[in-house]
Design a protein around this ligand. Structure first.
Ligand code: ADP
Ligand code: TRP
Length: 315
């Protein structure tokens, strides 16, 4: 009964990659039996970049199948989609009324968009408040994420403190869990692996897709050890295992890349098989999401009853 609560999510904006898996999915899956766990699909967040109904539907269902394939156990983890719990946008609005514009202007995502002269929607600007609502509605203790999401979890903490100060103790203060070894999984070009940099290795790619991505890893010719290949290889093998392989094949990038592709494929094969078994039962997956939504809504509504009471909108 005294288990702590874990919550995290990945936006349904494309095929998950090894960075998503090692940075966020795997830690959540490993922890799911020790925590009261929520893994959700932030589809309202994804509206910032996916603005096509059929595509969104497809991305949501596929991401749920990916989570399940990666090892999410629906008996232990509540899998739901954000849009099934209208308490998220409701709480976002309440947070908006206690948050200032200069504070949100400090968000990395906002600053990046501004530096690149991108058009910034109100949604993008307000993104951290929706994420704070996601986290705080469930009395979340820990949020396993990659390094890039740390600031967002800090915004959630600040917002909880601010609300608690104004209206009395209501929200728990969450903590980001960032596993140092995989805080930033590098992509095929050595930068952070990210959908937006087109440097990803897909988590559920076919053998051919994996091979193609691995062969495309950027190598520089200084020294016999291709740094980017080795960095990705470390996700699959220990330094002690890699040492002889890299010594034996010094300078032979092709062989080293082939060894990496082989190791990735061997690692992914059982996950791919599990994924396929869920992909063959879309109705079952939808049912899991519906049931997860029902359970999440119950918890979120109980929290919102308290919040509405505190802010005085209940008569
Ligand atoms: P992307 O950068 O590809 O758009 P997301 O922003 O959707 O990825 O990230 C989803 C989750 O995966 C977040 O918790 C994020 O921190 C984690 N993540 C994404 N890329 C990496 C990476 N290269 N290394 C570690 N974690 C990552
Ligand atoms: N912002 C996260 C990302 O881009 C996704 C997300 C939305 C999230 N709400 C969350 C992650 C709550 C953890 C907790 O990856």
């Amino acid at each position: 009964m005294d288990k702590k609560t874990l919550l995290s999510g990945v936006k349904p904006t494309g095929q998950p990659h090894l960075g998503n898996y090692f940075g966020m999915m795997k830690p959540c899956i490993e922890m799911q039996h020790d925590y009261f766990s929520y893994l959700f699909i932030p589809d309202l967040h994804a509206l910032m970049s996916v603005q096509n109904g059929p595509e969104m539907r497809d991305l949501i269902l596929n991401l749920a199948i990916d989570y399940l394939g990666a090892g999410l156990d629906p008996e232990h983890t509540i899998l739901f989609k954000q849009s099934d719990v209208p308490q998220h946008p409701e709480l976002t609005w309440i947070f908006d009324t206690i948050t200032t514009m200069p504070y949100l202007m400090r968000a990395h995502a906002f600053k990046d968009a501004e530096a690149k002269n991108k058009e910034i929607t109100v949604g993008v600007f307000n993104y951290p408040m929706l994420m704070a609502a996601d986290i705080l509605l469930y009395d979340t203790d820990v949020v396993p994420v990659g390094q890039d999401q740390k600031q967002h979890v800090e915004f959630a903490r600040d917002t909880a403190l601010k609300f608690n100060n104004i209206y009395s103790e209501t929200f728990k203060l969450p903590e980001a869990i960032i596993q140092e070894a995989v805080a930033v999984v590098p992509g095929t070009d050595g930068q952070k692996m990210s959908k937006s940099y087109k440097n990803t290795i897909p988590l559920f790619g076919s053998r051919e897709e994996i091979q193609k991505a691995v062969m495309g890893i950027v190598t520089d010719s200084s020294g016999g050890r291709p740094k980017n290949v080795h960095a990705i290889h470390r996700l699959f093998k220990s330094e002690a295992e890699l040492e002889p392989i890299y010594t034996q094949n010094e300078g032979n990038y092709k062989v080293l890349k082939e060894a990496l592709a082989e190791d990735i494929d061997a690692f992914i094969a059982p996950l791919r098989e599990r994924r396929e078994s869920f992909a063959a039962q879309p109705e079952k997956v939808k049912e899991i999401i519906r049931e997860g939504g029902d359970r999440a809504r119950e918890v979120a509504e109980a929290k919102m009853k308290d919040v509405r009471q505190k802010i005085g909108v209940t008569l």
